[in-house]
Design a protein around this ligand. Structure first.
Ligand code: HEC
Length: 168
């Protein structure tokens, strides 16, 4: 009798409790943070936590002069956690960091928005950065482990893949 109850308990446990725990964990991790998906990231940075209210890259104003291939004029925002990495020269951005750079034409018309988003475990060979490029209206132009972005930014591996300023 005791054995039978134990077996029933084991079956019930594996059918109900295990899936419930698994579901709870997957729901917890789906809050857009740590989801490397261009549409979800855009929604997050424009609706859930609008980047235009984030701090600018410390020491950079709005519409500063950029280089090829980014815009003639740039405005770069960083998620709050990233500010101290730059000001205190901590050497590496924490997981979840988002850097949003607006790329403007010389006439100050917004041409594109480029994003770097650190997702732990996403791409260990390329600094675990998720890359995305959006048109001014939010249409995704490129997203993911984008070779072009990675190749050029790899010149800055020693600076956690970023160009705008030293973080070490
Ligand atoms: C040919 C080189 C090159 C390529 C390709 C390139 N970048 Fe950049 N990126 C730069 C440089 C240089 C800067 C510094 C800003 C400036 O002065 O233009 C920069 C800055 C940035 C920044 C601000 C953080 C930082 O690194 O300073 C982001 C975000 C960014 N790029 C995203 C992207 C994305 C996304 C792509 C691919 C769609 C991309 N970049 C492709 C050279 C490149």
């Amino acid at each position: 009798m005791g054995n039978k109850r134990a077996v029933i308990f084991m079956i019930a446990f594996s059918l109900i409790v295990v899936p419930a725990i698994t579901m709870a964990f997957s729901m917890k991790s789906s809050g857009t943070q740590n989801i490397a998906d261009g549409a979800a990231v855009y929604k997050f940075i424009t609706e859930k936590d609008p980047y235009t209210k984030w701090p600018l890259w410390p020491g950079k104003g709005k519409l500063y002069k950029g280089q090829h291939p980014h815009g003639a004029l740039l405005t770069t925002y960083v998620s709050k956690k990233a500010v101290k990495t730059i000001t205190k020269k901590r050497g590496a951005f924490p997981n979840g960091t988002i850097i949003v750079k607006e790329n403007y034409m010389p006439d100050k018309k917004l041409a594109a928005v480029t994003v770097m988003y650190r997702v732990k475990g996403y791409d260990p060979d390329a600094g675990d950065w998720f890359w995305a490029k959006y048109k001014a209206d939010g249409t995704i132009e490129k997203e993911g482990k984008v070779k072009g972005c990675i190749n050029c930014h790899s010149a800055q591996i020693m600076n956690d893949w970023v160009f705008t300023g030293p973080i070490k």
